[in-house]
Write a protein that binds this ligand. Structure first.
Ligand SMILES: Cc1cc2nc3c(=O)[nH]c(=O)nc-3n(C[C@H](O)[C@H](O)[C@H](O)COP(=O)(O)OP(=O)(O)OC[C@H]3O[C@@H](n4cnc5c(N)ncnc54)[C@H](O)[C@@H]3O)c2cc1C
Length: 388
């Protein structure tokens, strides 16, 4: 089904097998603030690398796996079946970086990331600039051979695991005054400090602290691409990550439908199997139907990227995939909690964990409303036939 080749199916099977290895660790992680013993986390990272499930988005010539977009979706879909972000060990370095990195940047940050020796985090969002990334207040000022960076960034995911950050800011002075630029900032670097680490709805090992950058001095060699390019990278990242969010939502929905169906079959209520009640059947049927629709859409989007779809068209399709799959997964999780009843409200239950964890898929990488704005904008500019 779905026209997958033997190679696609092999990639999918490897990722599925690895996800199945991670599932037994979920409850332990949930009850320990998202953390597993360091040696277990290390083993998972090594295993993901051995199986070729890391750097799937990086060309083979740079040490990555060089998978097609569809194959990357198949891998991340399987990762999405696991709660507590345990499958984030199937890491994907920034796929837009090889094209723009200088030789120095390639050696210093990109290749170590591909080898799993370095980890990035993204410091872009601010207290007053989230959906409207263009509105950043953080600044970058050129001083001789250096840039001086200032700003306070919110929700910096994986800061506690990262060895460097991408810091996006508005340039002050010079030919590109007011435009955006992005910089590599090694962690730790003098002037970078955690303001606080808020607790979030999900329980994962990756924190999202508020981080202050105060008079942080980096050499000009840390500028990514050229001055004024900052927003371009954010858009490249959005396209990729929105599709991968959609892929992980498929996996989550599949796991939920599987687990809910199994539970409904074995649970007896009022002397009958739960699965015999038509109102319960309705919930299972709706979830399966929506999963099928979302999967067809996400795979078709990935294929169109592999076939070289126009960038703007791809942008709209990835937005549609993310919008639909994330909202679908939210509905599926809600129904799953309902079918599990009181058990579905216990943190040891997969439905409870996904119910919390999937909520953010409708917010990060652009809230659902922002996806709708992107889609409607492209519909207006290009017309229905260009997009679907
Ligand atoms: C767990 C988590 C991890 C994150 N990780 C990172 C990270 O690593 N790096 C990083 O830089 N950022 C990160 N973010 C930030 C994330 O990308 C933003 O939260 C998101 O883009 C929304 O921005 P905001 O929270 O400021 O909401 P706002 O921009 O204040 O928007 C609030 C709400 O307003 C509505 N809205 C916004 N714009 C429109 C519009 N045009 N039309 C209609 N309605 C609209 C939406 O419903 C939206 O949810 C993370 C966020 C979370 C929650």
């Amino acid at each position: 089904m779905y026209g997958l080749t033997d190679e696609d199916l092999a990639v999918q099977a490897t990722a599925r097998g690895f996800a199945d290895e991670l599932v037994p660790f979920e409850v332990e992680a949930e009850l320990a603030g998202g953390h597993l013993p360091p040696e277990v986390e290390q083993r998972h990272r090594e295993r993901a690398r051995e199986l070729g499930l890391t750097a799937t988005n990086i060309p083979a010539g740079l040490g990555g796996r060089g998978l097609s977009s569809l194959q990357q979706v198949l891998v991340q879909e399987q990762g999405g079946r696991v709660t507590n972000a345990l499958a984030w060990c199937m890491s994907t370095p920034p796929g837009w970086l090889p094209e723009v990195a200088s030789d120095y940047q390639r050696e210093r940050w990109l290749l170590p990331s591909v080898r799993g020796e370095a980890t990035e985090c993204y410091a872009i969002t601010e207290e007053l600039a989230g959906s409207d990334v263009a509105d950043l207040a953080a600044t970058a000022r050129r001083e001789g051979e250096d840039y001086v960076l200032d700003g306070e960034k919110w929700h910096v995911t994986s800061y506690n695991e990262a060895t460097y950050a991408f810091f996006q800011a508005r340039l002050v002075g010079g030919a590109h005054d007011g435009e955006h630029a992005m910089f590599f900032v090694d962690l730790p670097t003098p002037g970078v400090r955690v303001v606080r680490t808020p607790a979030y709805a999900h329980t994962i090992a990756h924190h999202h602290p508020i981080v202050a950058f105060e008079d942080v001095r980096v050499p000009a060699s840390h500028l990514v691409g050229a001055e004024g390019d900052g927003m371009t990278f954010a858009h490249e990242w959005f396209r990729f990550e929105r599709l991968m969010v959609a892929a992980r939502c498929l996996g989550a929905a599949e796991r939920l439908v599987e687990e809910t169906t199994a539970f409904a079959a074995e649970r007896v209520v009022g002397g009958r199997s739960l699965a015999d009640y038509q109102l319960v059947q309705g919930m299972l049927a709706d979830s399966l139907t929506e999963l099928f629709a979302a999967r067809a859409m996400v795979y078709a989007t990935a294929r169109s990227l592999d076939e070289g779809a126009d960038r703007k068209v791809a942008h709209a399709r990835c937005a549609m995939a993310k919008l639909y799959a994330s909202e679908m997964a939210g509905r599926v999780a809600d129904r799953a909690v309902q079918v599990f009843g009181g058990r579905g409200y216990m943190r040891e239950n997969v439905a409870e964990r996904f119910y919390r964890e999937l909520r953010v898929e409708r917010i990060w990488e652009g809230a659902s409303e922002v996806q709708r704005v992107v889609i409607a904008g492209q519909l207006r500019k290009r017309g229905l036939h260009a997009l679907v």
